[in-house]
Unconditional design. Structure first.
Length: 365
């Protein structure tokens, strides 16, 4: 027997199909389940669970917002993207990422819905790193159960469970259909585009670019010591192209401190592998404020100084007479560039979606 709560949810899903077809079509992909163990509603990419008592308290418009909320979690890939992040904190970040999109789409959100302008248009991973540290969570073992609209859970491992790529395809198809009818708000189009494009971790991309520059090959002039003790003379991996590396840090007010910390940690890991002869760190906004030099035996620590406008020319002028093997520039790319590219490779670790006029740009959002 179909309960009153199930009838209301089914009716709300039909209303979504008529009023907001993008959400309605995707909502049909989720199996509806009554679940009294959860306070509100949830999705894992396969099912949409709801507490009948929670549904009974909602108006028809609020119920449609709840369904759209859970659909957006799936459309943005949240059931597949948590990794080792804690569950309740991931739910908060995911809610901040999608609630502004739902608001712009005209849905009636409750007064306690998580909304913050600083997170508008940002991915849940980006938001997660910037949530206040003192917020309590459940160490990733429980359910989110803290959203007034509903939670997102990890995707199930069953063989018949939809995959992230299948949801991406469904989302793109539904978005194209809604756009053709003029029923796809711009903010939603941006969110869908961001959610469905291939995700490449900037750390891996930066590592690959650095390794491509720092060519290494096998040489018989340095036998591998691990095997030499057994009388086996095998070649060792010898990096012969990596001399001095330069790192420029944009110290203007546009630099994100969280990303800078992550950038520094990743560089230390990369340099442990490529073993440059030395590393020069240049701190520059519209002028160079300080240069720190580290050798292979030093612990590289980045401590920015400055805070003015941004100009890239001073760094390239400084390196002109003593060019490095490669320059890695951490910046928002909002500044003036040299008129011509240098002879050495340049990798721009960009905290924005801009692309530099020369070199390789690695988006670090």
């Amino acid at each position: 027997m179909i309960t009153d709560a199930m009838k209301r949810v089914q009716k709300a899903r039909t209303a979504l199909l008529l009023d907001q077809p993008f959400f309605g079509v995707l909502a049909l992909q989720l199996t509806l389940k009554e679940d009294t163990t959860n306070k509100t509603a949830w999705t894992d990419g396969k099912s949409l669970g709801f507490n009948p008592e929670f549904v009974a308290k909602l108006s028809n418009d609020e119920l449609k917002a709840v369904l759209a909320h859970e659909v957006m979690h799936c459309a943005c890939g949240h059931p597949w993207r948590r990794d080792a992040r804690t569950m309740s904190r991931w739910n908060q970040a995911a809610d901040y990422a999608i609630n502004s999109v739902l608001r712009d789409a005209g849905f009636k959100l409750p007064s306690d819905a998580l909304l913050d302008p600083q997170y508008d248009g940002k991915a849940s991973e980006w938001i997660y790193d910037r949530l206040p540290e003192d917020q309590k969570d459940d160490n990733g073992n429980g359910q989110g159960d803290g959203s007034s609209l509903g939670d997102v859970r990890d995707a199930p491992s069953e063989a018949d469970a939809p995959t992230e790529s299948e949801w991406q395809q469904l989302t793109q198809q539904s978005a194209q259909s809604a756009k053709a009818r003029g029923q796809l708000p711009e903010s939603m189009a941006r969110a869908i585009d961001e959610a469905t494009k291939p995700r490449t971790d900037w750390r891996s991309l930066l590592r690959r670019f650095v390794q491509d520059v720092v060519k290494a090959d096998y040489t018989w002039t340095r036998p591998n010591r691990r095997y030499a003790v057994n009388g086996l003379y095998l070649p060792s991996l010898h990096s012969h192209a990596c001399g001095r590396i330069a790192i420029a840090v944009d110290t203007s007010g546009s630099i994100d401190k969280v990303l800078l910390k992550q950038f520094a940690a990743e560089l230390r890991s990369i340099f442990d592998e490529v073993q440059p002869a030395s590393v020069d760190v240049l701190y520059c906004d519209s002028m160079i404020h300080r240069v720190d030099t580290f050798t292979r035996d030093d612990y590289m620590e980045i401590k920015p100084v400055g805070g003015g406008g941004t100009a890239f020319e001073p760094v390239f002028e400084r390196l002109q007479d003593d060019p490095p093997s490669v320059l890695i520039y951490f910046t928002a790319l909002d500044g003036s560039f040299p008129q011509s590219a240098p002879d050495y490779p340049v990798i721009w670790a960009a905290t924005s979606r801009s692309v530099a006029p020369f070199g390789e740009t690695v988006p670090c959002e």
